[in-house]
Design a protein around this ligand. Structure first.
Ligand code: V47
Length: 368
């Protein structure tokens, strides 16, 4: 029998996790080295216990989800990010553009959140997006609009010279409730140069979220992992997000986005489920100041996403509807999940399902 170490109620196969557990219990911040140790360990049961302890302090047994719809108004994009199967050039066979009526037709009064992101379109004016937000808000005042990544806000500046303070305040006036966390990818100059040249970089992404937070617009944050990034780069990214949050307190949730190999194939296969679970746990423990960590079923698949709820995640995202970004990259998950399915996935993980809105106001608790 292998020698194990028992500290508190956790049994460690990997002794390097014991001092991390001590720090977490003492409320001390974890370092870059701690983060890399967590991602590299084989002792994922012990890591899960530590992350679950941290999760319970914030959300107890609750796991959140939202009745929502993802709408991607166009896939036409001037960028050519190497990981992206979604973006198309004008005139390409699968390129599409939605009218505002098309967008409105995908909405209904049952949802609490609409999540809108799309390509960096070469000729759609900022005013078109502003009008889209205004019309949605007018027709569906109860639905919170979570829209436009920092990369899109940056593009309104590059393309139309509308600076982020102006675009954000105009979008807020039109009805924007919050911003999604996409477009961050990996905060590393090396990865940026290799995979996403020409897109907003780490500093710009962070500055735009800081501006949004200063204007009272809450937002989310993400990391795209499972491709060419190193463990050090993943953890350094988390530390940069933690620093922004120390200053602003404006992030609601972090979403680890597992790279979908699709046809871009920058690595030959998906990162294994054990890496997904360690990524969720490491995010929960490094991001001690961000309240919610999502287990994003669209990219993880339902089984791994449900397991993630025992590894520090307290949110399954939402019912989604017709998601196009991960599905363009051949994600196996269904297009959308019904409310009852979300409830079941959360109960299967032994947790209490809680419906929320985009800002984490609770709308329904499913007690047993
Ligand atoms: O920014 C593109 C990523 C993001 C691929 O804020 C890919 O609540 C994996 O940000 N494999 C959009 N990822 C998704 C996103 C998101 C999702 C759910 C909730 C929230 C939130 C945000 O998808 C993009 C990019 O990082 N992406 N291609 C791919 N092949």
């Amino acid at each position: 029998m292998e020698r194990v170490l028992e500290v508190g109620e956790i049994v460690f196969q990997d002794r390097r996790l014991a001092p991390i557990w001590e720090k977490v219990r003492a409320g001390e911040r974890l370092s870059l080295r701690d983060g890399v140790t967590m991602l590299a360990t084989d002792d994922f049961p012990a890591l899960g216990r530590i992350a679950d302890h941290a999760k319970r302090k914030v959300s107890g047994d609750r796991v959140y989800f939202v009745l929502n719809r993802h709408i991607n108004p166009t896939n036409i994009c001037v960028l050519s990010c190497k990981f992206c199967d979604f973006a198309k050039k004008p005139g390409q066979a699968d390129a599409y553009e939605m009218t505002i009526e098309d967008v409105l037709a995908q909405m209904d009064n049952d949802i609490r959140e609409v999540h809108i992101v799309g390509g960096h379109h070469p000729s759609w004016k900022f005013e078109y997006f502003e009008e889209m937000v205004r019309r949605i808000h007018e027709q569906f005042p109860e639905v919170q609009i979570k829209a436009f990544t920092a990369a899109e806000i940056d593009y309104f500046w590059r393309r139309w010279k509308i600076d982020p303070e102006e675009s954000l305040s105009r979008l807020k006036a039109a009805g924007l409730a919050s911003m999604p966390g996409g477009g961050a990818e990996v905060f590393s100059d090396r990865v940026h140069k290799e995979l996403l040249p020409g897109k907003a970089n780490a500093r710009r992404w962070g500055d735009i979220h800081r501006m949004a937070h200063a204007m009272g617009i809450k937002s989310n944050c993400t990391l795209l992992y499972g491709h060419i990034e190193t463990f050090e780069e993943r953890v350094s990214h988390l530390i940069q997000l933690r620093e922004i949050q120390d200053d602003t307190g404006g992030f609601l949730a972090f979403i680890p986005l597992e790279y979908q190999v699709g046809t871009t194939k920058i690595v030959p296969r998906h990162t294994p489920p054990m890496d997904d679970l360690k990524m969720i746990a490491t995010a929960r423990l490094m991001l001690d100041n961000i309240p919610h960590i999502k287990s994003y079923w669209v990219m993880l698949g339902e089984a791994t996403a449900s397991l993630g709820l025992n590894f520090g995640a307290d949110d399954l995202d939402g019912t989604i509807g017709k998601e196009r970004i991960a599905h363009a990259a051949l994600a196996d998950s269904p297009a959308g999940l019904a409310r009852q399915k979300m409830v079941r996935l959360i109960r299967d993980a032994g947790r209490i399902p809680v419906e929320r809105d985009a800002l984490y106001n609770v709308t329904r608790v499913y007690e047993n």
